[in-house]
Design a protein around this ligand. Structure first.
Ligand SMILES: Cc1cc2nc3c(=O)[nH]c(=O)nc-3n(C[C@H](O)[C@H](O)[C@H](O)COP(=O)(O)OP(=O)(O)OC[C@H]3O[C@@H](n4cnc5c(N)ncnc54)[C@H](O)[C@@H]3O)c2cc1C
Ligand code: FES
Length: 271
């Protein structure tokens, strides 16, 4: 397959960011559920550059705007991403089959700063926010506690992947059909009470992230949050993904979730 590779660079606030726009063959396409696709593409340029917590922008058919999807894992030449069918773009994408070429921009965003991976860390994920946590928790191995929250048991996915990475996985469901009956942040509180937690990394719906940030602040645990925001350009050009944040001097400003984030220190996010 002929591959077109373009490279771009954006410079903002003194931070240089480079990304690739390329066509990549889909080498594995699984459908763990009717509304969930688990894709792997061969994309050496993006796979080698990807850091945990970054995402890709995938062209979906004739739509002008690409769709943002987290990098779930990057290994060698391969990039894995897992996505729910939400609207017309992801519905088109989920119908692609092995051998199809996908038009992808990435890796995009800043990603998590993992720091010392020999310390005990907790990863908190809710819904589609669980997917980027696999790449992030892997370097921690058995030192990672992965707390996953879902609405109901039928929506649980990826547990075996996290276990294969060595993590201690705990589940919570809103309706009590699997694991703890209640919020995933109840599990976080219990985990913090049970022993040392040196870092928290979280991705999921805003109320979950806000509660996670509050627990981290109470206990003075460093915490990074990956925010989800509706995106248009995905490269910092349109202001479509603005998020209010606090500067070190206490004044407030807006950041781009796509290029300044999606990961922010919990302490800077203005809710
Ligand atoms: C940084 C980031 C990472 C993401 N990672 C994943 C992932 O790993 N797995 C997954 O299932 N979903 C993920 N999402 C959500 C995913 O981008 C949306 O579900 C998808 O864009 C919906 O597109 P659609 O055409 O099917 O829906 P439509 O509602 O038809 O989309 C219309 C437009 O709105 C934008 N849009 C709609 N919903 C969202 C949303 N939630 N976030 C951002 N833009 C949106 C689309 O990009 C498109 O421009 C992520 C979103 C962000 C911002
Ligand atoms: S989506 Fe355009 S600036 Fe972030």
């Amino acid at each position: 397959m002929g591959r077109l590779i373009l490279r771009g660079e954006r410079c903002d606030n003194g931070l240089a960011m480079s990304f690739t726009v390329t066509t990549c063959p889909l080498v594995e396409a699984r459908a763990p559920r009717a509304d969930l696709a688990d894709f792997t593409v061969r994309c050496p340029e993006i796979a080698r550059a990807a850091r945990p917590g970054q995402f890709i922008m995938v062209r979906c058919g004739d739509f002008t705007l690409r769709r943002p999807i987290s990098i779930c894992d990057a290994d060698g030449d391969l990039v894995r991403f897992v996505f729910e069918v939400r609207g017309t773009g992801t519905a088109w994408l989920a119908e692609r089959t092995v051998g199809d070429a996908l038009d992808i921009l990435g890796p995009q965003g800043n990603g998590f700063t993992l720091g010392d991976t020999s310390r005990p860390a907790v990863f908190v994920g809710g819904g589609i926010g669980i997917f980027p946590l696999l790449h992030a928790c892997k370097p921690f191995g058995a030192r990672a506690a992965v707390l996953l929250g879902f609405r109901t048991a039928g929506l649980i996915s990826m547990v075996e992947d996290f276990q294969a990475a060595g993590a201690d996985v705990r589940l919570a469901t809103d309706d009590g059909t699997a694991g703890h009956h209640g919020l995933v942040t109840d599990l976080l509180r219990a985990r913090c009470d049970a022993g040392a937690v040196d870092a928290i990394f979280a991705c999921g719906p805003k109320p979950m992230l806000r509660a996670t940030a509050a627990i981290a602040e109470e206990r003075e645990i460093p915490c990074q949050l990956s925010l989800e925001q509706r995106m248009a350009c995905g490269v910092g050009a349109c202001l479509g993904c603005a998020q209010k944040i606090r500067r070190p001097d206490g004044t407030e400003t807006y950041a781009h979730v796509c290029s300044d984030g999606p990961v922010f220190e919990a302490s800077v996010v203005v809710w």
